[in-house]
Design a protein around this ligand. Structure first.
Ligand code: NAI
Length: 703
């Protein structure tokens, strides 16, 4: 639904009109009617006019274009306009004091400050498909315009906290059921709003003001239990805890006191490092999807059908990702048994989601119905996009792509899910290298949001643009990268794991390294991660790359020796740790300790006490240094893309913003100095990335 712009301008971004006994104040600040200074001013002016007009009995507040209001105007963040008078709090106060009822007529979205504005109104009516939410926690913030004080007063503390703490959006119909909104809008937004306003004007006052009443269930929530239940590893744990404190304040403070309390905590969060990091990632994720250069202007191809080769771990997950997004999938395997295993894996995964209550049985059937298993390779012929997810072996992949080249329709996009191999070498065996691209999904592919879109030398802009758009369409966060060993994410792991291996030899234990990295905020430590991913896979990569490894460089044999014992990680119940049958809990293993000591002594290393600080610095700075090279080489489009990859695919703490942002927060000069010290102590592996040196020399604080 689109609301037309009408009426007279009362500020640069707000229109006002009177139709009989109803005044309409229309926010007109594209793209989302963000609450910038001129919008706030315009609403205040509109309210004053309506108050002064003898004929006006009721007021409608609505948004021009596609939405009611998306919240604060992010373009004005950190500018004087953001805090210019009237503030949102003052505007809302003016609404609440109006003797003529004010109705928020909501279509599209009412998010953050947009919903807070609506909560100031006497009535809220919504279209069924509108999205409402206080989503500030996603940016490491709490609502700062009264949301934490008014929503509990409107729908109770339990329901309010659920919305505020989760940052989730609810549809219009759900908002009515929850009591956030009074009714659904019948017909066009402004007309529907006016009809409703006229009805309310006819009712005896006073009209409901949320501020006037305390929360109905003030005693209904155990706030300390709620606080204890916050996952300390959640990206926004601090904001969640603050949201709880604010809602609790609503139960015992007056509205004005509560608003002061909320605002002071909001101000603290805005200035704090966590929210800065989360806001950085928020923008970085949106930026990552944008293309630079020619590809920007290209029209993407339509991708309405997908075929996948290989129904293993990845193929099955990728099939689910498309089926979930309502795109039909043909899933191909060479043998019935493998196909059955793949379909069984998919069914099991869906069944788990259903048992958790996050998916209905009907929806599961619908999704399963979109995945068509086949042993007939010719069924791939009509697909718009074909994704290969067979074994990680160049010869196997090249054979598959030769076959695809022969079978697939002209214009089909031929993608590989390889995590390391060269897209160019794969494309070279086809007669259409321009249509070949890498789509590096992460495991589990139906859950993980990150997608490295790997462009080969010959990949066309049209194919790139199509895949970036497709990725967003299925809810992924795409990052465009170029071909190199391991692309962005896995390439950076090499240095990260290298340092972990060296630290083991120098005196740390696997448990100490993993605990230190977890304390830094990683979802899991590097050695637990290696055990989870399967140590054999990296072993194979190391063997493949051995001929390219300079002989004079230090090399830790620990990982190879563990693999030589047949210990491949969780899948064999033993790797860096041992695991009880069926358990994923790592247990320290004296066999590994002895093996590490053996490797150290063979390499002539005298083991010493290693501090947690050294562990964190060496592992994290290895990521930073390699990330800087990746940016310099143009493998990633921008430094923030590296952050997006690491925060979304590798468990880097989002509240630190990703490795590159972390280095910027630490100070690029400080990061460089530490790397130079490591270079002096540990040698060539630590040669500082030229880009980092250059940035510091230029006095720049960002990459
Ligand atoms: P997998 O071993 O679980 O599955 C591979 C499947 O491909 C098997 O079911 C096999 O029967 C089938 N297959 C082999 N040759 C085939 C052919 N010619 N035609 C049709 N099917 C064939 O392997 P996984 O883990 O799913 O990996 C697949 C690809 O995804 C590899 O390139 C891997 O590097 C990549 N990848 C794996 C990730 C992971 O975490 N496992 C993450 C990201 C990428």
């Amino acid at each position: 639904m689109n609301t037309a712009i009408d009426g007279m301008a009362v500020s640069q971004t707000v229109r006002y009109m009177e139709q009989g006994d109803v005044a309409v104040i229309l926010l007109a600040n594209p793209p989302v009617n963000g609450l910038g200074d001129t919008v706030r001013l315009g609403i205040a002016e509109g309210l004053s006019r309506a108050a002064a007009s003898a004929q006006v009995k009721a007021i409608v507040l609505a948004g021009a274009g596609k939405v009611f209001c998306g919240g604060a105007d992010i373009r004005q963040f950190n500018t004087p306009a953001a805090t210019a008078q009237p503030t949102l709090r003052q505007v809302i106060r003016q609404i609440e004091l109006s003797s003529k009822p004010v109705v928020a007529a909501i279509h599209g979205v009412a998010l953050g400050g947009g919903l807070e504005l609506a909560l100031g109104c006497h009535y809220r009516i919504v279209t069924a498909d509108a999205s409402l939410g206080l989503t500030e926690v996603n940016l490491g913030l709490v609502p700062g315009g009264g949301g934490t004080q008014r929503l509990p007063r409107l729908i109770g503390t339990v329901a309010a906290l659920e919305l505020i703490q989760s940052g989730k959006q609810v549809r219009g119909s759900k908002a009515v059921a929850l009591g956030v909104a009074d009714a659904l809008i019948d017909g066009e937004v402004v007309a529907g709003g006016m009809a409703f306003a006229r009805r309310m004007a006819g009712q005896a006052g006073p009209h409901p003001v949320i501020a006037a009443k305390p929360p109905a269930d003030a005693a209904g929530l155990d706030f300390s239990a709620q606080r204890a239940a916050v996952n300390p590893r959640a990206r926004n744990a601090l904001a969640q805890g603050t949201a709880i404190a604010c809602v609790q304040a609503a139960t015992h403070l007056s509205l004005e006191e509560g608003l002061d309390f909320e605002r002071s905590l909001f101000d603290e969060l805005v200035a704090g490092p966590e929210s800065k990091a989360l806001r950085h990632l928020f923008f970085a994720e949106r930026e990552a999807a944008k293309l630079q250069g020619q590809a920007v202007k290209t029209l993407p191809r339509t991708i309405a059908s997908v075929a996948i080769l290989g129904a293993g771990t990845m193929g099955a997950g990728i099939a689910m990702a498309f089926a979930n997004a309502r795109i039909p999938v043909v899933l191909y395997e060479r043998e019935q048994a493998a196909l059955d295993r793949g379909m069984e894996l998919i069914r099991r995964n869906y069944a788990v989601t259903v048992s958790k209550g996050s998916l209905s049985a009907e929806l599961m059937q619908e999704r399963l119905g979109r995945i068509v298993p086949t042993l007939d390779v010719h069924r791939l012929a009509d697909a718009d996009l074909v994704i290969e997810a067979v074994f990680e072996d160049m010869a196997v992949k090249q054979a598959v792509f030769k076959q695809l080249d022969a079978i697939c329709k002209p214009g089909a996009i031929l993608a590989t899910n390889t995590s390391r191999l060269s897209i160019d070498d794969i494309a070279a065996v086809t007669r259409r290298p321009q249509d070949v691209i890498g789509l590096h999904f992460f495991s589990p592919a139906n859950v993980m949001k990150l997608l490295e879109v790997v462009r080969g030398d010959a990949t066309s802009d049209e194919v790139i643009a199509s895949c970036m758009k497709m990725a967003q369409g299925i809810g992924k966060i795409p990052v465009l990268v170029r071909v190199c060993e391991g692309f962005v994410g896995n390439r950076m792991l090499t240095g990260y794991w290298r340092e972990a291996g060296f630290l083991l030899e120098e005196g740390a234990s696997p448990a100490q390294i993993d605990a230190a990295m977890k304390r830094f905020g990683f979802a899991m430590g590097p050695l637990t991660m290696a055990d989870l991913a399967g140590m054999d896979i990296n072993w194979a990569t190391r063997k493949r790359l051995a001929p390219t490894r300079p002989a004079h460089l230090r090399y830790s044999k620990v990982a190879d020796r563990i693999c030589e014992l047949g210990r491949y990680g969780q899948k064999t119940s033993a790797g860096y740790y041992r695991y009880d049958p069926g358990s994923r809990t790592p247990i320290a293993d004296p066999v590994v300790d002895a093996l590490i000591e053996q490797c150290a002594s063979e390499a002539g290393i005298v083991r010493r006490e290693i501090t947690d600080q050294e562990i964190v610095e060496r592992c994290v700075l290895a990521l930073v240094n390699e990330g800087a090279r990746i940016v310099e080489e143009g493998i990633a489009q921008r430094a923030s893309d590296v952050d997006v990859v690491y925060a979304n695919g590798y468990g880097f703490p989002a509240w630190r913003g990703g490795p590159m942002f972390h280095a910027e927060t630490m100070g690029l000069d400080v990061a460089l100095k530490k790397i130079q010290q490591l270079h002096a102590t540990h040698g060539e592996h630590w040669t500082p990335a030229p880009l980092l040196v250059q940035r510091v020399a230029e006095g720049r604080v960002n990459f």
